[in-house]
Design a protein around this ligand. Sequence first.
Ligand SMILES: [Mg+2]
Length: 225
Amino acid sequence: MIRLVLFDIDGTLIRSGGAGVRAFKEAFASVFNSTQATEGVSFSGRTDHALLRECLTHIDTVMTTENVTRFFDAYTTLLQELLEVVPGEICPGVEDWISSLKTLPHQPEIGLLTGNVRRGAELKLTRYGLWQHFYFGGYGDDHEDRNRIAATAFDRGAKHLNTVLRGDEVLVIGDTPHDITCGRAIQAKVLAVATGAHSMEELTPHRADWLVHDLLRISPAEICL
Ligand SMILES: [Mg+2]
């Protein structure tokens, strides 16, 4: 039985219409004065801190605490502005999925497992009216490595449930191979959805426990009971 469900954000709960990537690139350009460093970088499924480190490497700049603070202050300011003007959406089936989880006989806890820094996660989900569902999670400012963010989300979930939790009692839902890998890292079950940057064909070789076009195609009861 699933007792904890951990959701990825981008491409899984919402599509921000590119607001996240645009905010990242514009913040980097304004803080570090380089538009080149973010070109050609693969954003999908990555953690915010890993992305920042990669871009800083391109301009031979050290990732100091001061640089991290300056960047994420600029990023979250821009993100909030862009989320208001860039058209995005909630991914298909998400709201019904969350409502259905809350009506299961043994209602699982729900949390986040995301590469977004916590403030970025809050801004994105607040914009689409989903933030109030999530009381805890693992975020991009907990660790640079997504597998370690998964371990943090797992520990916080166990604390929230006030129990010892087994990996196979946890469900990770995400849209990239990175989500599947980090779910495996905590021995969780993984539901992959093709609502983000990756198609069904691209996700198939990564062997999630379930792979669906979107959350309309499977119910929480089919997985969690
Ligand atoms: Mg994602």
